[in-house]
Every structure is written in structure tokens, then in C-alpha cells.
Write a new protein. Structure first.
Length: 316
């Protein structure tokens, strides 16, 4: 085992050179027709889910950001909304309140004074055709529409689209020994930093069913685990790169530094492996007004170098 030493004079010279749809009623089969041949349907108020979830962008816990709207006959997926109408899975049509409600004494009301008359339009050949294929009915509450889109799930989907950078491994002292190994110096302030491009906020957005969520990932700290058994140290920013004018033994003005108390002579390959880590907070907002946070993240990189002792050179 050899002793890791460099001459102080050589070290110094070397270093200085470098919307939602209302709640649902579950309509039943046609009970009567009016004088115009329009089906009059009474709906009970028991709430039933009208759609089945799909896994188009499922979250880690199995939740889905968007509900399925499908044709029972073929299983084909169709849009959940057509203009002001929403798909009612149980009726297999797009529903909307008739803009001008019929008089209360109209037979279509079936004697009811509450609720509303709805137009239900079928989906045919890739499009719906109001007034040509459908029926009208009374319902005490609005028919069930597509399941609400969960903006928190959309936020998770947006997060998965981001490429969050790992830190670069800037360090001073940053010279190399005669055998080509990079090194730092015992008891010196070892500066650490990352490029500013890797330490900046990132945003992404996902949308479904008319709802969007935007996630923002923000760096909060740069951590340095020295690899000699000591605890990690951190600073709130990316650190700053050392410049010759900063002085050879000066601490980092950003506080991003660590002092190795011993050489790496007893470490594997006589080197220390340090870990740089960026901590990230994750927050999201949405078009619904809902907002929240997701678990913090960490990206990391490693750097291996010797920790060298120095010998003073005294001249007279």
C-alpha cells in the first residue's frame, strides 16, 4: 500500500492553472310515449356509476385520469362530450337539457313539476346528429355523465413526462495526480457544485376530459455525501465554480464545501466515491382549482477521486 502524497508547491501550481356533470339518476326503459311519439321516461334518483375506468395513463396506485365512454355494441371508445352534451353510458346516448323546456302541462312531463326534460342523442357513424336520432325524457336529476377526471392523477401523468436532470460533479481542488487519478486535499475546503442548467424548475402539463393539471418540479438543495463515512452536507443552491481569484484555500461563498479529515489511503482503490444529489419538491395546480404536492424526488451522480495529503515545501 503506497502513501498518497503530493508536494504542496506542485498542488498550488497545478490548481491555479485550471368541469363537472351534475350527479346522476339512473334512467329506466321507456314507460310511455307522448302524442308526438316521443318516449317519456321517468328516472329514479338512485345514483349509479355510468362509466368504467380505463388505464390510459394509470397512476401508480391504479387510478386513471380519464373515464371510458364506449359503445356497448362494439366496445369502441367515443368522445365523452359532444358540445354541451355528455355521454350517458347506461342510455348509450349524449344527454343535455332541452334549451327551451316544454310547458309543465305538456305530456312529456308526466305530471312532474320538478326536474327537467333532457334530449338524448345517439352516436352514429362517428358523429351525433341532434334532432334526427334520439329521444326526450324527464328526469328528476341529471343523468350520470363520465366519471370526473382526477387532477391529481393527471399531475402524476405530467410528472412522468419530465426528464429531471442529475447533477454534474463540479469539484475543487480538481487536479490530477501523476498516475492520472483526480484528487482533492486533506483539510482543504473541497468545493462542490452542479451546472445551473441542472438546477432549475421544470414544468409539464397533462389534460383529459377538459381538465388539465400542471406539475412544477423545483430544486431545493444540492447534497454532497463525501464517501468517507461522514454525513452528507448540503447547500440551498447549485453552488459556484471555483475561480483562481477566489484563493487556493478559501471556503465556498455558497457554503457548498466539505473538509476531508483523512486521506483516502484506506478506502477501496485508495479513493473516495462521493455522491452528489439534487433534492426536488413537486407541486401541482389544475384547471379545477385543486392543487397539491407529490413526494419529493432526488437525482444523483457519483464522482471518484483520491484524497491526498500534502507536504509543505520550505525554501530558505
Amino acid at each position: 500500500m503506497r502513501r498518497v502524497t503530493v508536494a504542496l508547491l506542485g498542488v498550488l501550481l497545478g490548481l491555479c492553472g485550471q368541469s363537472g356533470v351534475p350527479a346522476a339518476a339512473d334512467p329506466v326503459a321507456c314507460q310511455q310515449y307522448n302524442s308526438h311519439g316521443i318516449c317519456v321516461v321517468e328516472a329514479e334518483s338512485a345514483q349509479q356509476p355510468a362509466t368504467r375506468p380505463v388505464a390510459a395513463g394509470s397512476s401508480s396506485d391504479g387510478r386513471s385520469g380519464e373515464a371510458a365512454c364506449t359503445l356497448d355494441a362494439t366496445g369502441a371508445a367515443i368522445p365523452c362530450r359532444e358540445g354541451p352534451s355528455w355521454w350517458v353510458q347506461s342510455l348509450q346516448c349524449y344527454a343535455q337539457p332541452i334549451p327551451v323546456q316544454p310547458p309543465k302541462d305538456s305530456p312529456i312531463w308526466g305530471g312532474h313539476t320538478d326536474g327537467a326534460i333532457y334530449l338524448c342523442t345517439f352516436y352514429t357513424n362517428g358523429g351525433s346528429f341532434p334532432g334526427t336520432n334520439g329521444f326526450s325524457f324527464w328526469s328528476g336529476t341529471a343523468p350520470a355523465g363520465p366519471a370526473a377526471v382526477d387532477p391529481a392523477v393527471l399531475a402524476e401523468q405530467a410528472l412522468r413526462t419530465l426528464t429531471i436532470p442529475a447533477p454534474t460533479t463540479g469539484r475543487y481542488p480538481g487536479g490530477t495526480m501523476r498516475d492520472g487519478r483526480p484528487f482533492t486535499v486533506v483539510n482543504a475546503y473541497t468545493w462542490f457544485w452542479t451546472d445551473s442548467d441542472s438546477f432549475r424548475a421544470l414544468t409539464a402539463r397533462a389534460d383529459a376530459g377538459g381538465v388539465w393539471a400542471q406539475v412544477t418540479v423545483t430544486p431545493t438543495a444540492l447534497r454532497f455525501t463525501p464517501g468517507d463515512g461522514a454525513d452528507a452536507v448540503s447547500c440551498p443552491g447549485p453552488g459556484v465554480a471555483w475561480q483562481p481569484g477566489d484563493g487556493v484555500w478559501a471556503p465556498s461563498p455558497a457554503g457548498c464545501h466539505y473538509r476531508y479529515p483523512h486521506s483516502s489511503i484506506r478506502q477501496p482503490d485508495e479513493q473516495a466515491t462521493a455522491t452528489y444529489g439534487i433534492s426536488w419538491s413537486v407541486a401541482w395546480t389544475s384547471s379545477t382549482g385543486a392543487s397539491g404536492t407529490l413526494p419529493d424526488l432526488t437525482t444523483s451522480s457519483n464522482a471518484t477521486f483520491a484524497v491526498a495529503e500534502v507536504q509543505a515545501v520550505v525554501t530558505r
